[in-house]
Design a protein. Structure first.
Ligand SMILES: Cc1cc2nc3c(=O)[nH]c(=O)nc-3n(C[C@H](O)[C@H](O)[C@H](O)COP(=O)(O)OP(=O)(O)OC[C@H]3O[C@@H](n4cnc5c(N)ncnc54)[C@H](O)[C@@H]3O)c2cc1C
Ligand SMILES: Cc1ncc(C[n+]2csc(CCOP(=O)(O)OP(=O)(O)O)c2C)c(N)n1
Lengths: 180, 593
């Protein structure tokens, strides 16, 4: 029989082209809405690289930003399943649009009198702020794209990173290059 | 009797101050609810108190909350109206979980109201507290915890709206005891506005045209139709399309009845236990028109090989059902009835006579068959039942071999005449679901068919059925085994039987103890008489046990995850006589269409 691209459930097949997607979801700010979305990802076995949630300019609407991975079929199912939830107002896969993304990181790095200035220099290059200081540590705050955050962490690793907290990606569609 | 009750949707109550409990009952009256299946308890006692004075609502006291949810499903499937359940918190609520999951899988509109501990105790491990909203989140279309009595009426209105529109499904509303005791002014909203929920029903004309183009070029089309046709009440439109195109039709388990099997275009059911010719036709077709069917793995088998030669059109109201399991060429999101109406006008009948001739030949060569012999066979019981009722009945099956034999050997002619648990495959479904159907349908006899395993999973509802003198026919197909599992062990596990033989009670005595009229049939010769006398008795339930062959298999069968090439057709009927001669036994055959 003819071999066709019949199967849509290549979920188990890790060899499919997996791509990172940033999905922005507007949801009713209601009891349980967050659980519903997180639960959906867990129940269907979809990946979550990061997930952020917070209020929007409209008090009764929250925005969730999910970074997930999957082939086209899985991503299509993810957006459809998200749309299917009653509390979901809008789902946009930003991957296909031009968007601004930011992530914030707090990094507590070991420092000695000798290394402190070197660390401060790195901080300056990344436009990070020193938010806490002790005799043995420096805590830096940096924001930027995921790559930038990855980069500053990599630069600081040799000094000894004691603790680290990342927010995960938040994103908005870019208006600048004309609307779609 | 419940359904004849007159409901006072009495707007004089609008604007009056009343408790949450009273508002709840008023809302049900506004919704036109005829019957509620429920079970009381501490957290919901205030609501039960309100039922005393507002007796317009017919409340049926079930014997187990699982029975209530299945009854609500049976009622909903038989009538097209939402089924309603009322239970208490904790164990009352958790007992509804199986029925809710079942309704979710099979897209059945039910609304479950559960009592809850007072708001201020939630999270404290209070007596009979269970986080039922959390537990049922993944198995409901939507659910609510009512935190303020002023939201109650709106939430109830939304719950019914969400359960019954778009792709239907279960909705749960959790009612904390203190909220239900608080008072507010009662107003029932006229309409629902949800900015985040707007099912698409119309069907995009561009897509419909694309579908028509594909269909008009088809030489070997097949209509593959499912539960969505029944939900959409679109049997007439389906018949019109099939006739105009002279296109053969196969139905899923949930599609049975949506297209009359008396129509020569019918091929009966497809899938794992579908007819040989429907499965083969699907694998040879050049255009597959899927209508309100969801490409379940019991239908597709190995997805890569399912209708691999065909361009595929898929009409479904749920966008997430499209290209979920099988990629389709022309998706149409919309309500079946509306889309079919548009499609019928655009299609031009092609000449399918060669294709129909081929299928007729297959039907002759590979009909459904079973051995006649002296032993009593389930297939024969069902075959006779179909003949005697002429398909004019609501038949509710359980899960197992008897379910598949009923799907195969009954003759399905009406929508909503077949009710079963397909997606979840819940044993214990039939008896309570048939009870619910009997509360909703007085125009047709309601027949419950179970195996000896599943019957015992909700047997307690016999009491409810007898109490209400429901004129149900309760048929037990007793093979002394968990037959379907035994069949798998026989065919795929080298006949190593592991915990599939049942020790059973005397079922006739059991039914009699509940107060039902009961009898037992052990020989083929008694079948017709027993069915006829059961069909004639209308004073209350009739129970008939059919003691059938212990080891018999459902054929055809496509083993799970395989293709038509691996389909097992009914084995040739050879028997070895005492003298060692090989004789061919007589077979009864049945052909659809
Ligand atoms: C032991 C056992 C064996 C089984 N063997 C078989 C078998 O051989 N063959 C078989 O077919 N099944 C079999 N099943 C059942 C199977 O598991 C599925 O439940 C069934 O195939 C699904 O039927 P369906 O595709 O009609 O979908 P349903 O579950 O009925 O879903 C209906 C679809 O229609 C859509 N819909 C609903 N309303 C509308 C509307 N108004 N407009 C448009 N679309 C709408 C829904 O979104 C959904 O996609 C078996 C089950 C058991 C327990
Ligand atoms: C609640 C539940 N438990 C287990 C199963 C698995 N199961 C599917 S069919 C079957 C056997 C059913 O036996 P019976 O009710 O006697 O019907 P038969 O197959 O013999 O007709 C079992 C155990 C199920 N479907 N549901």
């Amino acid at each position: 029989m003819a071999k066709t691209a019949n199967t849509a459930s290549a979920k188990a097949n890790g060899e499919e082209k997996e791509q990172k997607h940033t999905i922005s979801i507007l949801v009713e700010n209601k009891f349980g809405a967050f659980n519903r979305i997180a639960g959906l990802f867990a129940a269907k076995g979809y990946n979550i690289d990061s997930l952020t949630v917070g209020p929007t300019e409209e008090g009764d609407i929250s925005r969730m930003t999910v970074v997930t991975r999957g082939d086209d079929q899985i991503i299509e199912q993810i957006t459809k399943q998200l749309n299917k939830l009653i509390d979901t107002i809008k789902v946009v896969d930003l991957t296909f649009e031009s968007f601004v993304e930011r992530e914030l990181v707090l990094i507590k790095v070991q420092s000695t009198t000798e290394s402190r200035s070197e660390i401060m220099q790195i901080a300056e290059i990344f436009r990070a702020k020193v938010v806490d200081i002790s005799s043995k540590t420096l805590t830096l705050e940096a924001t930027g794209s995921e790559q930038k955050v990855d980069a500053i962490i990599a630069m600081l690793k040799p000094f000894g990173v004691k603790e680290l907290a990342r927010t995960g990606r938040v994103a908005l569609k870019r208006e600048f290059q004309g609307d779609v | 009797m419940p359904h004849s009750k007159v409901h006072n949707a009495n707007h004089n109550h609008f604007g009056k101050s009343m408790t949450g409990s009273e508002i709840f009952v008023r809302c049900l009256i506004e919704e036109g609810v005829e019957v509620v299946f429920g079970y009381p308890g501490g957290a919901i006692i205030g609501v039960y108190d309100a039922l005393v004075d507002l007796s317009d609502i017919n409340h049926v006291l079930v014997r187990h909350e699982q029975g209530a949810t299945h009854a609500a499903e049976g009622y909903a499937k038989a009538t097209g109206k939402p089924g309603v359940v009322l239970v208490t918190s904790g164990p009352g609520a958790t007992n509804t979980v199986t029925g809710i999951a079942d309704a979710y899988m099979d897209s059945v509109p039910i609304v479950v109201f559960s009592g809850q501990v007072p708001l201020k105790l939630i999270g404290n491990d209070a007596f009979q507290e269970a986080d039922i909203v959390g537990i049922t989140r993944p198995i409901t279309k939507h659910n609510y915890l009512v935190k303020d009595v002023r939201d109650l009426a709106r939430i109830i209105k939304e719950a019914f709206y969400i359960a019954t529109t778009g792709r239907p499904g279960p909705v749960l509303v959790d009612l904390p005891k203190d909220v239900m005791a608080q008072k507010t002014i009662f107003e029932y909203p006229k309409s629902v506005h949800l900015r985040s929920y707007n099912p698409v029903v119309e069907g995009h004309m561009k897509q419909v045209k694309k579908a028509a183009d594909l269909i008009n070029g088809a030489k070997r089309p097949v209509l593959y139709v499912g539960g969505g046709v029944i939900n959409s009440n679109a049997s007439a439109e389906l018949a019109a399309l099939a006739e105009k195109l002279q296109c053969p039709v196969t139905t899923t388990l949930h599609g049975l009845g949506s297209f009359s099997e008396n129509n020569p275009l019918s091929m009966g059911m497809l899938g794992m236990h579908g007819t040989w010719y429907s499965n083969v036709a699907v694998s040879y077709c050049d255009v597959l028109i899927a209508v309100g069917a969801r490409f379940d793995d019991r239908v597709t088998g190995k997805v890569e090989a399912f209708a691999a030669e065909a361009k595929k059109i898929h009409i479904d109201i749920d966008p997430s059902a499209i290209s979920k399991n099988v990629m389709v060429d022309v998706p149409i999101v919309g309500d079946v009835k509306k889309v079919l109406k548009k499609l019928i006008d655009l299609v031009q009948p092609a000449d399918t006579s060669d294709w129909l001739k081929t299928i007729d030949q297959w039907k002759k060569e590979h009909p459904l068959r079973y051995k006649v012999g002296n032993a009593l066979r389930a297939q024969y019981v069902i075959h006779k039942l179909g003949e005697i009722t002429k398909g004019n009945a609501v038949v509710v099956t359980d899960v197992g071999q008897h379910q598949m034999w009923t799907a195969q050997f009954f003759n399905w002619v009406h929508a909503r005449s077949h009710i079963t648990s397909g997606g979840l495959g819940t044993m214990g479904f039939s008896l309570p679901a048939a009870m619910g159907a009997a509360f909703g349908r007085k125009d047709l006899p309601v027949i419950s068919i179970s195996g000896d395993g599943g019957f015992q999973m909700n047997v307690q509802e016999m009491a409810t059925i007898v109490e209400h003198k429901l004129p149900m026919k309760i048929f037990l197909i007793n093979n002394g085994f968990l037959g379907m599992v035994r069949q798998w062990q026989e065919l795929f596990w080298r006949r190593r039987y592991s915990h599939v033989e049942l020790y059973n009670p005397d079922f006739v005595k059991l039914a009699e103890a509940y107060g039902a009229r009961a009898s037992k049939v052990t020989e083929p010769g008694q079948v017709e008489g027993a069915i006829r006398s059961a069909m004639e008795y209308n004073e209350g339930p009739v129970f008939v046990e059919f003691a059938v062959a212990k080891e018999d298999n459902v054929y055809p069968m496509i083993p799970a995850g395989q293709t038509v090439n691996e389909m097992l057709d009914t084995p040739e009927p050879v028997a070895v006589t005492a003298e060692g001669d090989v004789a061919v036994e007589e077979m009864m055959i049945l052909t659809k269409g």
